[in-house]
Design a protein around this ligand. Structure first.
Ligand code: 5GP
Ligand code: MG
Length: 216
């Protein structure tokens, strides 16, 4: 569905905007970027909750794929932790590829202009491919990935996404395995960043965009 279709009733003003202080990677391990404090707000999911949820998802995936050959494609860089945990929890043989996507870059809003680097994605043709991503927001990134991967003729193609900001969707996209549905806030931790900060957190935390003129 085109952006103008706004399938979830979002109007222009309500589009999620990446916090300004999350756009430019900051040098060093700073508690603030551009003088704006990167204030960590509530914890949405603790490391222990995440561990249990990942095990549940892995059980579903293992059961669904049975003994079939499985090729995981991890989206860089945000899904690194999630993909690694899924692979360990699956406890079965998989092959692994990666894709690098960039949808925001210097832009303030995600408008669907997604670029994909496919060199590392591995052999897809005729394989059972499971794309693993950190978070789905507008859906443009996953839509683009689906289009690109389908052109390589996988036997099957499914998507596992840790977090889903379902209210923000601009293109209809059904995710096969979802960790959690979350509200439209900027989250960090468990591999997700804000200007390359906070990926190392074991929990998922909200960053407060208050004081940022280009916030929500
Ligand atoms: P979409 O194309 O669905 O709008 O964007 C998906 C991508 O945007 C994700 O893979 C992620 O890179 C980024 N993204 C969207 N929301 C968040 C968020 O709350 N935190 C972080 N760190 N990245 C996000
Ligand atoms: Mg991403």
């Amino acid at each position: 569905m085109p952006a103008a279709g706004a399938p979830h009733g979002l109007n222009h003003a309500k589009r999620w905007m990446i916090p300004r202080f999350c756009r430019t990677p900051a040098a060093g391990n700073l508690p603030s970027v551009e003088g704006v404090s990167l204030k960590l707000e509530e914890t949405l999911f603790t490391a222990e909750e995440i561990r249990r949820r990942v095990e549940e998802l892995s059980d579903l995936i293992r059961a669904d794929y049975g003994g079939r050959d499985l090729h995981l494609v991890a989206m860089m860089k945000g899904s690194l932790f999630f993909a690694a945990d899924i692979i360990r929890a699956l406890g079965r043989r998989v092959t692994l590829g990666c894709l690098v996507a960039s949808s925001y870059r210097e832009r303030t809003v995600s408008e669907g202009n997604v670029e994909l680097l496919t060199q590392g994605m591995g052999e897809v043709k005729g394989r059972h491919v499971l794309v693993v991503d950190d978070i789905v927001d507008t859906g443009y990134t996953l839509e683009k990935i689906r289009e690109v991967l389908l052109a390589h003729e996988p036997a099957t193609l499914k998507f596992a996404v840790f977090l889903d900001k379902v209210e923000m969707r601009k293109v209809a996209f059904d995710v096969d395995y979802v960790g959690y549905i979350i509200p439209p806030k900027w989250v960090v931790g468990y591999g997700l960043d804000c200007a390359e900060q906070y990926r190392e957190l074991g929990s998922i935390r909200v960053i407060d965009p208050a004081g940022d003129e280009n916030g929500i």
